[in-house]
Write a new protein. Sequence first.
Length: 381
Amino acid sequence: MNPTLLLVDDERDNLEPMRVLLQEDYCVLCAESGARALEVLEREEIQLIIADQRMPGMTGVELLTRVRELYPEIVRLVLTAYNDFESMLKAINEGRVYRYIIKPWDVDDMRLTIRQALEWRELRITQGKLAADLSEAHRSLAQRTRELERAHETIVRQKKLAAVGRFAAEMVHEMNNCLQVILGLGKYLKAIREEELEQIRDLEAQATSLAELTTDIRDYAQGAGAAFHPERVDPALIVQDVVRTCKHHPDFRGLELALDSREHAGDWSLDPRQLKHLLMNLLRNAAKASQASGAKEVQVSCRVGDALELRVVDHGPGVPGERRERIFEPFFSTWERDGTGLGLSICRRVADLHGAEIEVQDTPGGGATFVVRVPAPSEDD
């Protein structure tokens, strides 16, 4: 379709010659005032406007300034007398006209000016589209880069997990051989040394737990999910059992392990083995933190209210705020030398299995407090 031009002049004798000249190549509309021109612009799609400067009510510069504000994509030309230099400056500065045309206008110059103005408009539109396409391509590239970075991180993590799985699968068989010997010795010792029954039971419990752990490692290496076997148990007794076990662990040498717990906390649907793993990892982390800062006490508590709340408190260096979002990620460790970055990720996994929340808080006076909240079962459970 031919471009549409709007000619604006309050004198019809000036409008008619221009209309006749241009209608062979363009669709030409006319208006005899600035107000009338604005009405035409509201309902018609105009590519170029030519306005006479000297019009009553609204001058050409005033009209073109409004057009620039409302329809900036329309190319603007102004007709002005040769000696009206001030109007030319206003047209350039306020109306941002493409060109001004001196009256009386020349036919060939008029045609050439309009053709060049429309070509300039198309070039500007094309440049705008190219800029928009370039901006969109940049956003798409940035998004793709972020996706590739996340994919790379996932691949690296999967490679680490695969390496752990391969190593675990190779070691399970040999570990089981040793465990069977330990279990056999435990039964033999229990039969001949009844006075050391509690220690022997602890030894047998740990050996049994290790045997179950090797099974978990084997299943995990073969792609199976984490085993979860909830039963009705008293969490206070589990905490007491873990505290008694920790007192024999090398990490707790020289530390006082304070237990703040009622003797009984009622029956809860929990996986005892998984909950022991969670508490053991939290307590070992607390012991490391305490030794690093010279603190002598680690506290653990079990409280029951609207939820079951387990707390492990240390007075170590604490966890900086910028690391709190990552400490539960696999392989992320705050210990530069001896940390594997798996302990707290195991805690998060066990908490998730129980539908529980786990978080770290500041200990008053310095240190870190890890809190695990297990929601109370609903009436339907």
